[in-house]
Structure formats: C-alpha cells, structure tokens
Design a protein around this ligand. Structure first.
Ligand SMILES: [Zn+2]
Length: 349
C-alpha cells in the first residue's frame, strides 16, 4: 500500500534549454571525438533548427515543471554567431512559466570567450537583457589563456555584482591545477560562496595526487560543484566531497541536443541516475541524491520556494504516491501534483 508523500520541489542546477530539440523533430548526431568537434556540431545544429529558442526552451522547461522542477540555472549561449537571441528566447520562455518556475540565466561563452572575439562585449550586454550570472568555459584547453579568461570573467562579474559559474571539463592534474587557481582567485576577489564549477571532472578521480588539498582550497573559497551524472562522464565521490566540505548540486546538462540524445529535464530521473552512477544502496545514500536535486540546489541558486519546505502543508510542494524518499529515487515516478504558492501547476501549450 502506498501513501501520499509530500516533498520539496526540484532544482536543476545546470541545464541548457536553448540548445534542446525538445518538442521538435529528431536530431541525428554526427560522431565527435573531441570537445572541439562537439562544440562545432552544436553550433551547426543550432543554426539549422527550424523552431525558435523560445518554443524549444518552453517545451523543455514546461516538461520540467510538470515533473516537479521549481527552479533552474540555465546556461545560455552568447556569441557573435548568434548574438543575444538565445538569452532573449530563454527569458521569454521563462516569463510564460513565471508563476511556477524561477529561472536564473548564465551568460555562457560556449564557443569560446577570448578565442571568439566579440563574445565578452555581448556577455556584458546580456547582463542588462536577461542574464543574471557570468559564465566561463575551460579557460586553458578551450580558450587557451587561463589567466586571461579568469581576468575577463571575474572582472565582468565583479563590475556588475554578479555570481560566476564556470564549466570545467579538464580532468587529471591539469584540471586540479586550474581549480586551485580558481579557488585562489575567488578568495582574492572576495567572491567566496559566489562561484560554481560545472562538471569538474578533475574532482571525480579520488586517486589523483593533490585532490585533497584542491578540495580543501575549494571549500575554503566556498566554491560549489554542479554534477550531472552523465553516461560516460566521471561522477564525484560524494563521501569524499562531504568530508572536505565541498557542496554539490545536481543538474541535467544538455537535454536532447547536439551533445546528447539523452535527458528528460526531470530531476527525479537525474537523482535516480546519480544514485545509479554512484552506487547508492543505503537509504541515506539514496536520500542524499534526492537532497542534491532539491534543497542543495535551492541553496546554490537561491530558491526560497524550495528551501522553505516544511512538510505536507507547505505552499510549495510536490506530492507523490510513495512511501519514502529512497523508494522515490529508485522508482522515479512523476509527481501526482505540483503545488506552487498554494496553486496546483497547470500549463497550456
Ligand atoms: Zn553544461
């Protein structure tokens, strides 16, 4: 017999709604061996999409809301090749979902920052046209200038009083060295607690020499990590992260875009995948996956509707037919009801 279970809403701490094909036709993907291949495929695909950014983003974000997402941090591409059209499209989609979904937009230099001239000026312009945070990507391996890239993104974030969210795919010693530079830079700029690292694959190999001191430096700087528990990509050892005091949130990353045919935008699915990928088996481990998808994400993105959950009478809550959180994470049902501000979420097309 199952009972009614009330939980806090989900927070997607890392998603790319501007790239998705959700609600559109199927995209057949071209083989890609390197990050540069993937980025090239992404730009070609985006330029060829028939449906607008707003339509595709709305379709995905609406699906996320109906599956219990109450807040998300959206990384949205900014580049001379596309201007600010992705920022405007995601913002327009977010406005249509406003009563039910809080959307933070990161101005994301997917196609390079210093290596793609004109991007930095557009990122600055985006901050008064719908972007909330400054984004960065692989300062060394993609942009070719670690300190130049960090000067640009920390400079922009500090000038406009914004937080920072940097994609870092580099693994091994190269990734750890950059993370230590980022931690030091965060302290030097007085931005403790306001910087997040997306992916952070270097932090996922517990056998790397130097991982402990790097995690300590990140914790000292209040730097978060957003993981997405993606198929073949490394996932963090959650016990190790906890022992060193590095806070972790969970996100979808790209959903059915040129990077991957997978993803649903459901954070219930994502909590399940994190549990599966990290070998969760005890109730405490399964509950931790759920917490990363809810209250931890709420703390990162600042989502009071999720953070203030206090039980079945909460004005913002999800309702499930289930007996417990560990069972939810394994069974991954959709919520029977999404309640936001005391209202049941119903959405039109
Ligand atoms: Zn990403």
């Amino acid at each position: 017999m199952t009972t009614l279970l009330a939980t806090p809403g989900f927070v997607d701490a890392h998603i790319h709604p501007d790239k998705t094909t959700w609600g559109s036709g199927w995209l057949s993907r071209t083989p890609a061996r390197t990050l540069t291949d993937l980025i090239g495929n992404d730009l070609r695909a985006q330029l060829a999409y028939q449906d607008s950014v707003e339509e595709r983003a709305y379709a995905l974000m609406k699906h996320a809301v109906l599956n219990g997402t109450m807040a998300m941090r959206a990384h949205v591409d900014v580049a001379p090749q596309i201007g600010l059209s992705n920022i405007h499209g995601v913002r327009a989609a977010a406005e249509r979902l406003a009563p039910f979904l809080d959307v933070q937009v990161v101005a994301f230099p997917q196609f390079g920052l210093l290596s793609n001239p004109g991007t930095l000026d557009l990122m600055e312009a985006s901050l008064s046209e719908g972007a909330d945070l400054v984004g960065g990507i692989d300062p060394e391996s993609l942009d070719g200038d670690l300190h130049g890239h960090l000067d640009a993104v920390y400079g922009l974030a500090n000038k406009h009083g914004r937080n920072l969210d940097i994609h870092l795919h580099d693994d091994g010693a190269k990734g750890l060295a950059q993370l230590r530079v980022i931690a030091q830079r965060t302290v030097d700029e007085g931005m403790q607690g306001r910087v997040n690292i997306g992916h952070g694959f270097a932090l996922c190999d517990a056998s790397q020499p130097g991982i402990g001191p790097t995690l300590d430096a990140l914790a000292e700087a209040g730097i978060w990590m957003a993981t997405c528990a993606l198929g073949a990509d490394p996932v963090p050892d959650l016990d190790l992260m906890e022992r060193h005091g590095v806070q972790v949130a969970l996100g979808s990353d790209g959903v059915r875009d040129a990077w991957s045919p997978f993803g649903t935008g459901s954070m219930m699915d994502r909590a399940h995948l994190l549990g599966y990928r990290t070998g969760a088996s005890t109730d405490a481990e399964l509950e931790r996956c759920f917490r990363l998808a809810t209250s931890a994400g709420a703390e990162l993105v600042g989502a009071p509707a999720v953070g203030s959950f206090s039980g079945a009478g909460s004005r913002d809550r999800l309702e499930f037919r289930a007996n417990s959180i560990p069972e939810l994470v394994v069974d991954r049902p959709a919520p029977t009801r999404v309640v936001r501000g005391g209202q049941t979420a119903t959405l039109s097309d």
